[in-house]
Design a protein around this ligand. Structure first.
Ligand SMILES: [Zn+2]
Length: 268
């Protein structure tokens, strides 16, 4: 992103490239009167795909999912997406990227909103192995139009933003294993498999390399300087927690192995 006015330009670009889009101004109120820092759009580094889970009504879902919303008082918005893809494949994009969106990377680190992802949510609840029990029985696969849109949105967005294929992620990379579901995960992994080899070659034997890997996953470890500071330790703890391993903030073999797995297989 080059400036905060470029959402409009991005929408126009997507339209010119043959991707159907409708821009949308989210007007859901900020819950609890909470305020969040404006996003620095220059810091957006990639795209992250999600599923909407139980929501079915397009208008309500967009109003809920796009905008500065939150389930929790004094916490970052839990549902706040930049784009939304309805069942018929229409891609809705928020008009004001800077004022109305929150990052979708780590959710545990307020202040990390400046360097994370352009989040796109797909309407519906999709299957995933080991799905949370509450969502069993309501899940269906994405529509053919959504799967087509998922590829088109990525290909055209990466062209516009100059992202490499490694910068397409699924929410499961950040610890939510059911999101965005089996079929969309296949698309994410397909494009990630086309990424330059360099993506998977972080020097994970060094702290500096681990810091770079954590940074690329959105864990905000601070500068890659090989020094174990507070930010790096917090990033490691958040990563460990998301992976379900011992949370001790120590960049040991188990944590290194998890980073390797994410870069080789795309999941914890
Ligand atoms: Zn998600």
């Amino acid at each position: 992103m080059k400036s905060d006015t470029q959402t409009r330009e991005y929408i126009d670009y997507m339209n010119r490239q043959g991707v159907t889009t409708i821009d949308y101004v989210a007007n859901s109120p900020r819950r609890f009167g909470a305020t969040w820092k404006k996003r620095d759009v220059n810091g957006i580094i990639g795209m992250c795909y999600h599923q909407a889970l139980g929501n079915t009504n397009v208008d309500q879902t967009i109003r809920y999912q796009i905008g500065s919303n939150s389930h929790f008082k004094n916490k970052p918005p839990s549902g706040c997406y930049t784009g939304f893809v309805s069942k018929n494949g229409t891609y809705y994009i928020i008009n004001n990227l800077r004022d109305r969106t929150w990052s979708q990377g780590t959710t545990k680190t307020p202040g990390d909103e400046n360097a994370l992802y352009f989040a796109v949510c797909f309407q519906g609840a999709f299957t995933y192995p080991n799905m949370d029990s509450w969502s069993k029985g309501i899940c269906k696969e994405p529509s053919a139009a959504q799967l087509k849109a998922a590829s088109g949105i990525w290909l055209k967005s990466q062209e516009y933003f100059k992202w490499d294929n490694g910068m397409l992620l699924g929410h499961y990379h950040f610890g939510k294993r059911a999101c965005p579901g089996t079929e969309l995960e296949k698309i994410v992994e397909h494009y990630r498999s086309l990424a330059p080899a360099g993506l998977a070659t972080f020097e994970l034997s060094t702290l500096k390399g681990m810091q770079r890997a954590l940074e690329s996953l959105g864990y905000n470890p601070g500068p890659a300087d090989g020094i174990m500071g507070v930010k790096t330790q917090t990033a490691i703890k958040n990563f460990q927690e998301d992976c379900g391993i011992t949370v001790d903030g120590i960049p040991g073999p188990n944590t290194r192995r998890r980073l390797e797995i994410i870069y080789n297989k795309g999941k914890c």
